[in-house]
Ligand binder design. Structure first.
Ligand SMILES: [Zn+2]
Length: 383
C-alpha cells in the first residue's frame, strides 16, 4: 500500500511491477525494481522513489552538459531544417506565458537554462533568474544571468513573492512531493503571477510509465487536482504543441481554488493508466518470446533511446545484439551499452531479427517507411 502523492488516497496494489534493473530517463541502470501505482481517486500514476534521490540529482543526473552544442532534436521541418528542443520550448513558453514588458522570470530547476537564455535573446526586456539543486550548471549561466539572480541548492528568502513568472521544464515528474513543489513555486510568485510547467504526457508517450526517475505520471485530472491544492487557477493545458508532453499555465490565487474540470475525468484517466501498465506487462512477455526464439543469435535493436534501452536490459544477456539503429545523427559513431549505434540503412547483414524500441503509438508507421528494414528473412519483434 502507498499514499497518492497528489491527493493522499491510499492505493492498494501496484498496477505494474518489473524486477531490477530499472532504467532512468538518461538510460542509466538502477539496481531496484520498478513499481507503478495508479490512484483511482485523482487519476495520478506514480512510481517508487529511487534510492538516494538527492545525491542522484546533485552529482549523477546530467542533461546536455557534455557539449555546448548538444541539444535534443525536436523535429525536422519539411525543408530539412532541424528544430531543436530548447528553441521550440523557448518559443512555446513565450507564447503561452505572454509576459508583460520587463517581466521578472525564474527558471526553477533550470539545468543549463538554455530555454530561458533563448527567451531572453528574443525578448531583451525580460529579467532572468535561475535556480537548480546542483552547482554543476552554474558555468552555463555566466555572462547573461546576473550573479545575484543565480541560486543553487536553496532559494533565497528574499526572492519570495517577487516573480512575475516562474517556469519549470520537465522537473515536476522527478519530485517526490509535487504538491509541495507547487506550493514552493506559489510562494515565489507575486500575487497574480503565472507559472508554466512542462512534463511528460504518459498517455501520449506510454514509455514514460516505465522510466524509473519519473516518480510522477500526471493525467490532466491529477494535474488539475495538484494545482488547486497548491493554490493555482488553471489557465491552459496544451498537449499538442509538444507531442508527448503537457505545457501547463496557471495563475497564483490567494483564495481557495476549486479543482478545474478536465476533458477526461479522474476515473477515465486511471483506466487509461492501468491500460498502459497492462501494455508494459504484455511487452515483457513479448520480449520473453523473442528471447526464446533468438537465443544466442544475432539481432539488432531499433532505437537507442528509452524504449531500445529497456529492450536491451531484458534481452542483452541472452541474444547477440550486434547494433542499435537510430536516425539521430548526434549518436552516429557512438556506442550504447558498448554496442555500436548505426544509421538504420546500415543494418548489419547477419541480423536475423529487429527488436523495435520506439513509442508504440508511432512505431509501425516509422518502420514501414524504411525499405531497408523490410529485408527478406528479417523478423520484426514488436513491444
Ligand atoms: Zn490521487
Amino acid at each position: 500500500m502507498t499514499a497518492c502523492r497528489v491527493c493522499g488516497s491510499h492505493i492498494g496494489a501496484p498496477s505494474y511491477e518489473a524486477p531490477a534493473p530499472a532504467l532512468t530517463s538518461g538510460t542509466t541502470l538502477l539496481d531496484v525494481p520498478t513499481r507503478v501505482f495508479v490512484c483511482g481517486d485523482c487519476g495520478h500514476s506514480q512510481s517508487d522513489e529511487i534510492p538516494d534521490i538527492q545525491a542522484f540529482y546533485d552529482t549523477e543526473y546530467r542533461i546536455s552538459l557534455s557539449s555546448d552544442n548538444h541539444d535534443q532534436i525536436f523535429a525536422v521541418a519539411a525543408d530539412g531544417t532541424i528544430i531543436y528542443r530548447t528553441d521550440h520550448q523557448a518559443a512555446l513558453s513565450l507564447r503561452l506565458l505572454d509576459l508583460p514588458e520587463g517581466a521578472s522570470i525564474l527558471d526553477f530547476g533550470a539545468a543549463k537554462a538554455d530555454t530561458l537564455r533563448k527567451m531572453v535573446l528574443a525578448r531583451g526586456d525580460l529579467r532572468p533568474s535561475v535556480f537548480e539543486v546542483s552547482s554543476d550548471y552554474a558555468p552555463a549561466w555566466q555572462g547573461w544571468v546576473p550573479e545575484a539572480a543565480q541560486a543553487t541548492y536553496a532559494v533565497p528568502e528574499a526572492w519570495k513573492g517577487t516573480f512575475d513568472a516562474v517556469m519549470s521544464h520537465f522537473v515536476i515528474e522527478h519530485v517526490a512531493d509535487p504538491v509541495g513543489f507547487l506550493r514552493d513555486v506559489h510562494a515565489l510568485l507575486r500575487a497574480g503571477g503565472s507559472v508554466l510547467f512542462s512534463m511528460p504526457d504518459v498517455a501520449g508517450n506510454p514509455g514514460d510509465m516505465a522510466v524509473a526517475d519519473h516518480l510522477n505520471h500526471f493525467s490532466e485530472a491529477s494535474l488539475a487536482h495538484a494545482l488547486a491544492s497548491a493554490g493555482f487557477e488553471l489557465t491552459t493545458i496544451d498537449k499538442t504543441s509538444f507531442p508527448g508532453a503537457f505545457f501547463v499555465v496557471a495563475r497564483r490565487a490567494d483564495t481557495a481554488v476549486e479543482t478545474a474540470r478536465t476533458s477526461k475525468s479522474a476515473d477515465e484517466a486511471a483506466t487509461e493508466a492501468r491500460e498502459i501498465c497492462a501494455f508494459w506487462e504484455r511487452a515483457s512477455e513479448a520480449l520473453e518470446g523473442g528471447v526464446e526464439r533468438y537465443a544466442r543469435r544475432k539481432v539488432a535493436i531499433y532505437g537507442a533511446g528509452f524504449y531500445g534501452s529497456w529492450i536491451y536490459c531484458r534481452i542483452g544477456q541472452d541474444v547477440d545484439v550486434v547494433a542499435f539503429l537510430d536516425r539521430n545523427e548526434n549518436l552516429r559513431g557512438t556506442t550504447h551499452f558498448g554496442i555500436p549505434v548505426l544509421p538504420p540503412e546500415d543494418l548489419p547483414e547477419g541480423a536475423e531479427a529487429l527488436f523495435i524500441g520506439l513509442n508504440p503509438l508511432k512505431a509501425r508507421d516509422a518502420i514501414a517507411a524504411q525499405p531497408w528494414l523490410q529485408r527478406t528473412g528479417l523478423d520484426h519483434v514488436w513491444l
